[in-house]
Design a protein around this ligand. Structure first.
Ligand code: IPE
Ligand code: IPE
Ligand code: MG
Length: 250
């Protein structure tokens, strides 16, 4: 067993890790391969990462698989990615079941083609009762879209007298988002040496610890995940308080 795994297991493990899986294209280019090859290898890295997460006791992983902005990529890349999602749904289902991983998709799913949506829904339904780890996959996802949509749905409920304007607060608003309001990410990892959020979980990441690595996503491994967790364990999460308050548990 890896000594890094043993080491992090003695500390606090983040319950929820969000991942911006970036660098598939550059990884492929380095190898003189088409971008799609990078995306295919990226899917394998997801499988490895999930294994690493389960081994150390992470309860939720949210991966950014395709942003709303990614619809603007060349048509053949978009098509290739949609086909890859469909294929991954078929191929990964046994692995998800075996490891008791629940699968959930978040995003503007009305933009997906029917075949892709059906495949994703099938995996969601088949794995709904799994409790080892929750895998949330952000597809056709944009945080500004999610927040705007939440506002729209909330106003609809106000106009229908289902909720009262005076009762609106952060907690209630959070319930209109696509994620569990009580399960914000503790740690955000972005690969490939880019330092930005790219419209991912803007609300939910309010107090996440941020970790950036130069590693391209297809090269990401269990060890890379554990390295990020080891780094997280060195941080002090103060949530606005002073260091003394945290140390004295006040
Ligand atoms: C991330 O890798 C995967 C998706 C956005 C779908 P990229 O495809 O962005 O890879 P780079 O950034 O071009 O290397
Ligand atoms: C963000 O990666 C989206 C995903 C990882 C799916 P991009 O590579 O598309 O991000 P930008 O556009 O360079 O910021
Ligand atoms: Mg990129």
């Amino acid at each position: 067993m890896s000594s890094l795994l043993d080491e992090i297991k003695t500390g606090v493990i983040p319950k929820h890790i969000a991942l911006i899986m970036d660098g598939n294209g550059r990884w492929a280019k380095q190898k003189n391969q088409p971008r799609l090859f990078g995306h295919q290898q990226g899917a394998i890295a997801v499988r490895e990462t999930l294994k690493g997460a389960i081994l150390c006791g992470v309860k939720c992983i949210t991966i950014y698989a395709f942003s709303i902005e990614n619809w603007n990529r060349p048509k053949d890349e978009v098509e290739g990615l949609m086909n890859l999602f469909i294929k991954a749904c078929e191929e990964e289902l046994p692995n998800l079941q075996e490891n008791k991983i629940a699968f959930k998709v978040i995003g503007n799913l009305s933009l997906l083609n029917q075949e892709c949506l059906t495949s994703l829904r099938k995996v969601e339904q088949a794995t709904a009762n799994n409790t080892n780890l929750l895998l949330q996959v952000a597809i056709s996802y944009g945080s500004r879209w999610e927040i705007t949509n939440a506002a729209k749905n909330m106003v609809t409920d106000i106009l229908a007298n289902k909720i009262d304007l005076d009762n609106i607060n952060e907690e209630l608003f959070g319930q209109y988002l696509l994620t569990d309001p009580n399960n914000d990410p503790d740690l955000l990892i972005r690969t490939s040496g880019e330092y930005r959020i790219s419209n991912f979980l803007l609300w939910q990441l309010a107090y996440a610890e941020l970790y950036f690595t130069n590693c391209y996503w297809p090269d990401f491994t269990k060890e890379e995940l554990w390295k990020a967790i080891a780094d997280y364990q060195k941080r002090e999460r103060r949530f606005g308080k002073t260091s003394e308050q945290i140390t004295n548990n006040k």
